[in-house]
Design a protein around this ligand. Structure first.
Ligand code: HEC
Length: 265
């Protein structure tokens, strides 16, 4: 007996749906291929961990030094203006001095050519490259991403950034490297176009903190946590003050209550 013609189209649709469903289910069950070759960077202890944790501002200030002396030659932090640095504990005069050490675009000169000059507190931290194409041309085809929100944008957050900065190593034997790429334990695919940015002694800290790769990576990750979460930092600090205030208020209220009721027998 032949299947009536009018059933063909619905049957085809039904089969197509079944196949699609089967593919979707196997796709969901199988881990994504790339997840397997990206080891999770280990969990470090961070000052900003937990609900009341806030970034250690001294570490974040040192991290800012690492950013400005090392990372800013390739990476922007566009979301940040120099004046935002007051949130890290710098005063207005310090912010002005810091801003003036950066070069920013300043419109056009008299002959219509783009002009540059020292930064002001209201300026943004910008990319050192005029555009993405120029950055890629200088960076073996790769683009140094804006770091403002990198801690929130990447799984692993600060652990990931710290992992990348400390994860450079010799490629294991048998691992084929592409030209001008660097082996990194924690970068997806293990080949990163960024040359190892930190070496021991790369920056000179004024507070006597040892300038090891590990310390600088930790400090710059703390700074980048702050650029990703400037308000969270303030909110948590406010939260702590509110709780301390409530504890104090409870104590005072209790003392007053005891005083008032002390004559009642
Ligand atoms: C010489 C230029 C250069 C310097 C200096 C540099 N980077 Fe990079 N960085 C790059 C490039 C290029 C990439 C993109 C790598 C790729 O896609 O293979 C990158 C990638 C990264 C990534 C991974 C981004 C992602 O998409 O997951 C992080 C994190 C990072 N850089 C942080 C830093 C920090 C922090 C510093 C300073 C300590 C720094 N970089 C200094 C060029 C640089």
């Amino acid at each position: 007996m032949r299947t009536p013609r009018f059933l063909f189209a619905p049957m085809r649709t039904f089969f197509a749906l079944m196949v699609a469903a089967a593919l979707a289910i196997t796709g969901l069950l199988a881990p994504p291929a790339s997840a397997q070759d990206v080891p999770t960077p280990p969990n470090e202890n961070w000052s900003f961990d937990g609900i009341f944790g806030t970034p250690d501002l001294a570490a974040a200030q040192r991290g800012f030094q690492v950013y400005s002396e090392v990372c800013s030659t390739c990476h922007a932090i566009h979301q940040m203006h120099f004046r935002d640095l007051t949130g890290l504990g710098f005063n207005d005069a310090q912010v002005k001095a810091i801003a003036s050490t950066f070069t920013v675009p300043q419109g056009l000169d008299d002959s219509g050519q783009p002009k540059e000059g020292p930064g002001m507190p209201a300026n943004q931290f910008r990319s050192p490259f005029p555009n993405e194409k120029a950055a890629r041309a200088a960076m073996n085809g790769a683009y140094p991403p804006d770091l403002s929100l990198i801690i929130n944008a990447r799984e692993g957050g600060a652990n990931y950034v710290y992992g990348i900065l400390t994860g450079y190593a010799d490629a294991p034997t048998g691992f084929t490297m592409q030209d001008a790429m660097n082996y990194n334990r924690y970068f997806p695919g293990h080949q990163i176009a960024m040359p190892q940015p930190l070496q021991d002694g790369k920056v000179t800290y004024t507070d006597g903190t040892p300038n090891t790769v590990d310390q600088m990576a930790r400090d710059v990750a703390t700074f980048l946590y702050w650029t990703s979460n400037p308000e969270t930092t303030e909110r948590k600090q406010m939260g702590i003050r509110v709780i301390l205030f409530l504890v104090l208020l409870t104590g005072v209220t209790y003392a007053v209550k005891r005083k008032i009721w002390s004559d009642v027998h």
